[in-house]
Design a protein around this ligand. Structure first.
Ligand code: TYM
Length: 337
């Protein structure tokens, strides 16, 4: 069997980028007979960026309902909340002790924070918590705990998966004694949509406030968001540059090759941006509307979602608990009583 694993941080409303980068490919993978999949709500990760408990709880519910509405089958997938698996922070510690500080110095998220501080004339590490600094180690623990072979993610996560490989290899080297405790994970990226742009053309991201929500707010919010996509000022009738249009990039992530080619021809033939936005809305809504209906039912029944997550945590811990016992022994700790 092939193990596939991925997670989403519970700090906001799921958006189209999360859907095309992680949810959609992960659900497609989970339907393959040979695949055993592990999908989770990364709520320990959420604490790094968010100190608002109500927001984390709401986000967790929305992300869980989104996965289920998008077609995740909780009987087939191990679907859980990261914070229900105490083995993960314990493994994080074992891994922290074998991770070079220099490796963490190179992490993009940390470097971006340092660069922004220096540009603002502040101390390099101002506002950087140890959580942010060692974020990739927690993520390595998520992945290595379940010996995932493949991790479907958007391009922004590639470096983290590479770090998980480095950390896992280091542990194997130090403690393996002929046995590889950890599988070294591979990243899986959908080339077509590796980074979905947001309203302003930058990467669609909670932190840029340029997202199109996947289900929240219904068809109206979807349409209103699409109307806010920034375009150039070419008039109706003037040919549009599809290749450099993020409106087209979003369309392409939701259409097959033939539909995309047809839309491109229309844009190049002078389709008005207003009309193009209407087409994009129709294309997205055709895929999302049936799921949105399930989403609205699910989000109104949090107790059902809770039951599903608890069952998922039991399945996940049935793997994590004995594996952690082996790892504790490998480094010289006693079994947990
Ligand atoms: P997060 O919550 O930022 O994003 C969740 C997933 O959505 C993808 N994504 C995108 N893909 C394409 N285009 C975009 N504009 C876009 N925006 C977001 C992300 O690449 C990601 O796959 N650290 C992770 C969560 C995590 C995790 C893990 C993932 C924790 N542990 C273990 C995989 C394996 C994160 O913050 O993703």
């Amino acid at each position: 069997t092939l193990r596939v694993l991925t997670g989403i941080t519970t700090t906001g409303t799921p958006h189209l980028g999360n859907y095309v980068g992680a949810i959609r490919p992960a659900i497609a993978a989970s339907r393959r007979a040979e695949v055993e999949s592990f999908y989770f709500l990364a709520d320990y990760h959420a604490l790094i960026k968010c100190d608002d408990p109500a927001r984390i709880q709401r986000s967790r519910l929305e992300i869980a309902a989104s996965w289920l509405a998008a077609g995740l089958d909780p009987d087939k997938v191990t679907f859980y909340r990261q914070s229900d698996i105490p083995e993960i922070p314990e493994l994080t510690w074992l891994l922290t002790c074998v991770t070079a500080k220099g490796l963490m110095n190179r992490a993009h998220a940390y470097k971006a924070a340092v660069d922004a501080n220096l540009a603002a004339g502040e101390d390099a590490d101002a506002g950087v918590s140890m959580g942010l600094y060692s974020y990739p180690i927690l993520m390595a623990a998520d992945i290595l705990m379940f010996n995932a072979h493949q991790v479907p993610v958007g391009r922004d996560q590639v470096q983290h998966i590479e770090m998980a490989r480095d950390i896992g290899a280091r542990f194997n080297h130090l403690f393996g004694a002929g046995r590889d405790y950890f599988v070294l994970p591979e990243v899986v990226i959908e080339e077509q949509v590796a980074t979905l742009p947001g309203l302003d053309g930058r990467k669609m991201s909670k932190s840029y406030d340029n997202t199109i929500p996947l289900f929240e707010g219904g068809a109206k919010r979807l349409r209103d968001s699409i109307l806010r996509i920034v375009t150039d000022s070419k008039a109706p009738g003037e040919p549009k540059d599809a290749e450099n249009s993020h409106l087209f990039a979003i369309y392409r992530a939701f259409a097959d090759a033939e539909e995309s080619a047809a839309f491109r021809r229309e844009l190049e033939g002078g389709l008005a941006w207003g009309e193009a936005k209407q087409r994009l809305f129709e294309r997205l809504d055709a895929e999302l509307a049936p799921m949105r209906e399930r989403y609205e039912q699910l989000i109104a029944r949090p107790a059902e979602i809770e039951d599903i997550l608890q069952a998922g945590a039991r399945k996940a811990r049935a793997i994590a608990t004995p594996f952690l016992t082996e790892l504790r022994a490998a480094v010289g700790l006693r079994p947990m009583r």
